[in-house]
Design a protein around this ligand. Sequence first.
Ligand SMILES: *[C@@H]1O[C@H](CO)[C@@H](O)[C@H](O)[C@H]1NC(C)=O
Ligand SMILES: *[C@@H]1O[C@H](CO)[C@@H](O)[C@H](O)[C@H]1NC(C)=O
Ligand SMILES: *[C@@H]1O[C@H](CO)[C@@H](O)[C@H](O)[C@H]1NC(C)=O
Ligand SMILES: *[C@@H]1O[C@H](CO)[C@@H](O)[C@H](O)[C@H]1NC(C)=O
Ligand SMILES: *[C@@H]1O[C@H](CO)[C@@H](O)[C@H](O)[C@H]1NC(C)=O
Ligand SMILES: *[C@@H]1O[C@H](CO)[C@@H](O)[C@H](O)[C@H]1NC(C)=O
Ligand SMILES: *[C@@H]1O[C@H](CO)[C@@H](O)[C@H](O)[C@H]1NC(C)=O
Ligand SMILES: *[C@@H]1O[C@H](CO)[C@@H](O)[C@H](O)[C@H]1NC(C)=O
Length: 818
Amino acid sequence: MIIMIYSFLFSFIRITTTLDTITLGQSINDGETVVSAGEVYELGFFHPGKSSGRYLGIWYKNDGEKSVAWVANRNTPISDSSGFLSINVQGSLVLRKNSTNEIVWSSNASTTLQNPVAVLLESGNLVVKDENDNNPDNFLWQSFDYPCDTLLPDMKLGKNLVTGLDWSLSSWKSKDDPAPGGFTVKIDLRGSPQLIVRNGTEIHHRSGSWNGLRFTGTPQLEPNSIYTYDFVSTEKEVFYTFDIRNRTVLSRMVVSPSGYVQRFIWNDPTKSWLSISTVTLDRCENYDLCGSYASCNINKYPVVCECLKGFTPKSLGEWENLNWTEGCVRKASLNCNHSDGFLKYEAVKLPDTSHSWVDNNISLAKCEKLCLNNCSCTAYANSDVRKGGTGCLLWFSHLLDIRKLAVNGQDLYVRVAASEIDNIDPMTQLSEKKWVIIIVTCVISAMVVLVLGCIIFMRKRKYCIQDNSRDMNKNNEESEKDDMELLIYDLQTIADATDNFAHKNKLGEGGFGPVYKGTLMEGQEIAIKRLSKCSGQGIDEFKNEVILMAKLQHRNLVKLLGCCTQRDERMLIYEYMPNKSLDYFIFDKTRRELLDWGKRIQIIGGIARGLLYLHQDSRLRIIHRDLKVSNVLLDNEMNPKISDFGLAKIFRGDQTRGETNRVVGTYGYISPEYAVHGIFSVKSDIFSFGVLVLEMVSGKRNRGFCHTDHSHNLLGHAWKLWNEERAVELIDEQLDYSSNSSEILRCIHVGLLCVQQGPEDRPNMSTVALMLGGEGSLPRPRQPGFFIERNLTESESQSSKRQLSSTNEITNSLLEPR
Ligand SMILES: *[C@@H]1O[C@H](CO)[C@@H](O)[C@H](O)[C@H]1NC(C)=O
Ligand SMILES: *[C@@H]1O[C@H](CO)[C@@H](O)[C@H](O)[C@H]1NC(C)=O
Ligand SMILES: *[C@@H]1O[C@H](CO)[C@@H](O)[C@H](O)[C@H]1NC(C)=O
Ligand SMILES: *[C@@H]1O[C@H](CO)[C@@H](O)[C@H](O)[C@H]1NC(C)=O
Ligand SMILES: *[C@@H]1O[C@H](CO)[C@@H](O)[C@H](O)[C@H]1NC(C)=O
Ligand SMILES: *[C@@H]1O[C@H](CO)[C@@H](O)[C@H](O)[C@H]1NC(C)=O
Ligand SMILES: *[C@@H]1O[C@H](CO)[C@@H](O)[C@H](O)[C@H]1NC(C)=O
Ligand SMILES: *[C@@H]1O[C@H](CO)[C@@H](O)[C@H](O)[C@H]1NC(C)=O
């Protein structure tokens, strides 16, 4: 408590700080500090950005940008050259123009305090109180009751049910105008209270109801070392609030003029605000994207919406066009008696609770009964997830805005007709007794099958590369021998399957030898990579690929079935991909037409997921080092699968980059820091991915790209067009640009971010996945790496290689694209 505005019987006002005494109305210029409170906040007049209007506000004192936390006269800027703040005998703060004395804003409080004073507290709260009374309950007026766009620690977001005060946030109109803009953040009290972000009157985003630990739609809200948070719901007030654990840390929650709800903490070393969480990042965060009775799953991008079980799209045509607004309807209508049942959805964000009913004192079993007894009840769930789940939440309307969550989701029980339960999942209706019987039977039969299976299996097959597994353990202590169990195929079997490696069965020639198609006796089709004896892929690369592939299981990675190492042959047996590789389509004039934009974005999404798995989600951290269009294979549904792990590197959990003096990879896809300095990291794969994305959008190869106007490669060309705002010209003319424009341009943007010169500028794979799926704004890309190396003539090419060689021993292993 450092400053005070004293009120005297006349409207004669002074502000006292510990250092200074200023008489208000005396000489207050733009931005001049009127008062300051302790270390953190200042109260004064300011004019934001380009605006010429003057506002009274509270901002952070030590923040270079003077981020404003509160504004008094949001709607009525002072147009005059100076303002004048006073407190009258009733205890009302009054803001006037200096010249005319015209009132611009008033806090409208009115009571008869003995000695009303205005104080800016250390918390950033401007209060009017009796001079000697420090009880917060007796404050006559406080700025915390009138939030603008910022929620500070200890501030409440919600509603006072006694006084009717509405503690909600509203964005600024723009960064130059603090007037209330389109976006508001509010606790909506209908049904079970929910945190809702609105754009005008429309719901933009719903964080959902409080489940004891967090809002159901904010799985990222977890106990942490920076701040605590709480949700209070009593008869008098309902609010969310947070507090800082260590008062020296600054944190604020802000709704931006474009509708992002961000939490910032102050990073003292860099003197800047760090955004630590942002709501509304991906498509599924858009309210009601999927319509009623559907669930949104971002992992299925771009087809993120799915009807709940027992429901079907209302309009199939629109649904297939990815227009989900109409939502889903029941396949069979409810009987409205006790024959209806419930299907359980695990790990979801609960639907909109504005038409729901809650009782925190009822068990789940009783909850189910209540729901069955009321014909209009559509679903139920626990209202509180603590203590294994308590309380009852019932829905009496269409179920809207459900989303599948990866973590911290809740269980939802959706009412369906008896016939649907029988159709879909007979298991869910079984009583516990039957369950026990079924489980016991299953376990016994499984054991019998397992034992028999093992005996047969051990007789028929031997195991592959057991002796090699030990030295690979050096690379990866985690590796267990069990992981190495791969089928070993007999050379004769493979020779038979490929007609003795007949030319007609040859699928192509890889960097390390030919690839054949084979058909086993059982009719299973396989692909065989036969390493040529003189190939660059030695025994090391071979072992590498076998061991890596055996451990990796992901739908966007090609599956290794086994190997064959008889005589001096070394062969890898893969699942067969009927649709060849992506380059077979994307660089071919006619076949390219088969890949419309929907397919292409699906393929890009699949590759991104495969790469994300390699980089982050598998047990190992793997860098592929040779990602390119020709290493992406397509199955019969054109799902992409990353292949060719001969050059991949395993990293230990904490290692983030490696160095090598043997640079391997493919021109056109290789990142500058790797080609020049031999430094590789996940960011080198990101570079290759970026090249691949730009190739997918343009239908042109990066290397070998030529243009009449300049000598840049595809990256340079894309960069040039981007800067000239002509990025549209990059797009393959065979794509339907008009109906997908924003998605395609977004893809180009992401591609350019991935190929930036500095590895540290490139996003990581999880960010890329979010960017591809999201709609938020993206950073501006910087100059790409390697953008003028295309079309090298033979001698230039030699010299560029020599240049590379000066820092590294460049071996023949820099492969030409195949
Ligand atoms: C405020 O008004 C008074 C008289 O009305 C004038 O003398 C003074 O200069 C004004 N202050 C500013 C900062 O304009
Ligand atoms: C104070 O009251 C006046 C007159 O009733 C009104 O115009 C003004 O908007 C009120 N100010 C605030 C901050 O509510
Ligand atoms: C907010 O609503 C306006 C008008 O309805 C619309 O133009 C704008 O795109 C919306 N903004 C967002 C981020 O949805
Ligand atoms: C708060 O943070 C400051 C600076 O980091 C530190 O010196 C202080 O010990 C912390 N206080 C508490 C109570 O943790
Ligand atoms: C989606 O479907 C609705 C209802 O059929 C229709 O009104 C709307 O125009 C469609 N939106 C688009 C983008 O096709
Ligand atoms: C429920 O209603 C359906 C049709 O309305 C009827 O066929 C069925 O027998 C009823 N079941 C029970 C348990 O009452
Ligand atoms: C909750 O239920 C218990 C037992 O049924 C009862 O004793 C208690 O009063 C109830 N509490 C409330 C708040 O209704
Ligand atoms: C079912 O619940 C709704 C909403 O709570 C209520 O209005 C209605 O009266 C209930 N019907 C029965 C039969 O209990």
